[in-house]
Ligand binder design. Sequence first.
Ligand code: SR1
Ligand code: MG
Length: 379
Amino acid sequence: MTGDVDGSLARQLAAPFVGAGPWRCQEVGDGNLNIVYRVTGAERSVIVKHAPPYLRVVGDTWPLTQDRIRIEAQALQLHGELAPGRGPTLLGVDLEHAAIVLEDLSDHEVWRTTLVNGRRVDGIAEQIGRYCARTLLGTSDLVMDPTRRKMLSGQFLNPELCSITEELVFTAPYVDAESNRYDDAAAELAAALRADLPMRRAAARLLWEFRTRREALLHGDLHTGSIMVADGDARVIDPEFAFFGPMAYDTGNVVANLAFAAVRHQELGSAFADFVTNCVHQFWSALTDEVKRMWPVSQPWNHIFLADLLKDTGRYGACEMVRRIVGLAHVSDIDSLGDEARLRAQCRVVEGARSILLGPPVRTLEDLWNRMTTKESCP
Ligand code: SR1
Ligand code: MG
């Protein structure tokens, strides 16, 4: 898998799906890892996604396996079987050129964009809650045939992309790493984190759990930028970070990214924050409902499972919160605020994470959400 895909190859790969030419090819998307084209023919358009042998945002000084496109294709397939209709349709796979052809979702928007702009799209949080239950429980030893699961776990080792997460989420934010990014105003917050031994210990413990708890086939990067939405239709994209890991890493990413949107709108004094709070409740209640529906009747300990999942959703969510403030990849929910509101929001997010990781264990969703969106300790 050493090929590279330019516009002309993207046209060739798309040709069988879009009708007669001339085919129009535009580069779209501003993802960190891959190059994405939309190819339009006489009948329709499709997306061609190419994984170059390096990290797109950095360039060829950061080489990266092209095997990530195989992982993405296989994760889309498997998650698509478990949660039908929640991903883009996978139309074609060309491993030789590290490319896949996908349904074009240009009638959808990135969920984060709608949340940042305060635009209400109904039904999304509920569908994502069910998606998480079906994909996570569905690939766990609770539900999946153990032999199939063992075979599958070998296909999804994904060491290079896991090591990006291990570095950027659990390690760099707590040390003076070159990859960290923050503005001068947040330098004190970042220095305080580096000096906070209990926080460093908590992150190190979560890194260990991330590496060793092979509970389910995760999406691996389930933030609101990985979800495309239209009224009543959520589509989960970009599962190239998929691997067998702790379920709460996915659910923690969803909840933490909703917290960014809520904090943003609270800082702006907008009632849209209440819509986001409702989203969190809908997400968790749909997930809980679906877990109970899928649970094997012979093992009635689902209440313990859900209590642990909530607690760990908070812990992994807290790491996501910290890394989006002082680490490499930030979120527009917070970064696009004006100076004063941004600094306060950054402080609130980090303090929220601290209260989850160092405070008493989270026992209810309300408690988790209050801590994630706390205004305490930030003037
Ligand atoms: C350099 S890659 C930075 C981030 O982008 C991806 O979406 C993942 O979140 C990764 O951590
Ligand atoms: Mg992504």
